[in-house]
Design a protein around this ligand. Structure first.
Ligand code: PAF
Length: 282
C-alpha cells in the first residue's frame, strides 16, 4: 500500500505506471471510507491496473463551518480498510496547501444551471468548491478515468461538465448507489448517526421506493405533496427538499415526457446530520 502526500510524488508514481503501459483509475474521496467507496474501487479495478484513492476533506465545498469541523477524519482506519487491495491501490492524502497552493479558494464556475438547483440552492458555493478541488486533483493525479457514486447524482453531472469546461483528458463514470441491506444509502456521514438514527434514516429510502412505485400513475405535484406530508408526520427527520428532475439537466419535472428519464431526490436532516439520496423513477 502506497501512501503518497505530495503532488510531486503522485505525479512520479503515475508517470512510472503509465510508462509501463498501465492504466490508472481514480476514486476521489473525503475519507471515512465505507463499502460504497469499496464498490467504486472494485468497479475501477475491473477496468484499470491501478486505482488511486484521494483522501482530502476539501474546505472550500463546505458552506457550514461546524459541518467541516465535524467531518470524520480517519486516515489510519482508511489505510487499513484499503489494505486488502495491496499494491494495486495508492492513497493520495495531500494537505490543503499541497492541493491549492497558498490560496485555498474556489474558482467560480458556470455549470449551465445544474449548479443552481437542489444542493446548489441549499449549499451556496458548494459546487464551485467541488469543481475547484477536482480540477486540481485531476491535474495532479492525471488518471485515465475517475469514478463517482450516483448517490451524489448532481455532483456526478457537475463533474462531467467540469471536465468539458476545463478540457481535461479523462473519462468520468458514474456507479450505482451502494445501500445497506435495509436500503440506507452508504455515506461517510452515516458514521455520525446513532444506532437509532441509522434505523430511522431508512425512512428516506422507503419514501423514494414508494415514489418510484407511484411515479407511473401520479403527477409530480401529487407526489411532492405526499412526500412533504409523510415527512411532516415523521418526528425524526426534517425534509430540506424533495424533487423529481430530468436526469440530463436536473430541471424539476412539471409534465412527464416520453423518452425522458427522471430521478427523485431527497435531502433531509437526522438531528444535525444532513443526508441525501436519490432514485431513478422510470
Ligand atoms: O463526494 C465527495 O466525497 C467529494 O465531494 C469529492 C468528490 C471527493 C470532492 O471533494
Amino acid at each position: 500500500m502506497n501512501l503518497i502526500k505530495t503532488k510531486t510524488e503522485i505525479a512520479k508514481y503515475v508517470s512510472e505506471k503509465k510508462a509501463q503501459k498501465s492504466t490508472i483509475g481514480f476514486v476521489p474521496t473525503m475519507g471515512a471510507l465505507h463499502q460504497g467507496h469499496a464498490s467504486l474501487i472494485d468497479f475501477g479495478l475491473e477496468r484499470h491496473d491501478y486505482i488511486i484513492v484521494s483522501i482530502f476533506v476539501n474546505p472550500t465545498q463546505f458552506n457550514n463551518a461546524s459541518d467541516l469541523e465535524k467531518y470524520p477524519r480517519t486516515l489510519d482506519q482508511d489505510a487499513s480498510f484499503l489494505g486488502k487491495y495491496k499494491n494495486r491501490i495508492a492513497i493520495y492524502a495531500p494537505t490543503a496547501q499541497e492541493v491549492y497552493g497558498p490560496d485555498v479558494i474556489s474558482k467560480q464556475y458556470n455549470f449551465k444551471g445544474i449548479e443552481t438547483v437542489m444542493e446548489g440552492t441549499h449549499r451556496p458555493g458548494h459546487f464551485d468548491g467541488v469543481g475547484t478541488v477536482l480540477n486540481h486533483l485531476f491535474r495532479q493525479v492525471n488518471p485515465d478515468e475517475a469514478f463517482f457514486g450516483e448517490k451524489d447524482f448532481q455532483q456526478l453531472l457537475i463533474v462531467k461538465k467540469l471536465v468539458e469546461i476545463e478540457k481535461l483528458p479523462l473519462k468520468i463514470t458514474g456507479c450505482p448507489i451502494h445501500r445497506q441491506e435495509n436500503g440506507l444509502a452508504m455515506s461517510s456521514r452515516n458514521a455520525r448517526l446513532t444506532p437509532q438514527q441509522l434505523e430511522e434514516a431508512t425512512f428516506i429510502y422507503k419514501i423514494l421506493h414508494q415514489v418510484n412505485k407511484d411515479f407511473k400513475n401520479k403527477s409530480a405535484s401529487k407526489l411532492r405533496k405526499w412526500v412533504t406530508g409523510q415527512f411532516n408526520e415523521n418526528p425524526h427527520l426534517k425534509l430540506e427538499y424533495f424533487e423529481i428532475s430530468n436526469v440530463k439537466n436536473l430541471k424539476p419535472l412539471s409534465r412527464k415526457r416520453k423518452n425522458q428519464k427522471y430521478r427523485a431526490f431527497i435531502a433531509a436532516f437526522a438531528g444535525e446530520i444532513r443526508l441525501i439520496d436519490n432514485m431513478a423513477v422510470n
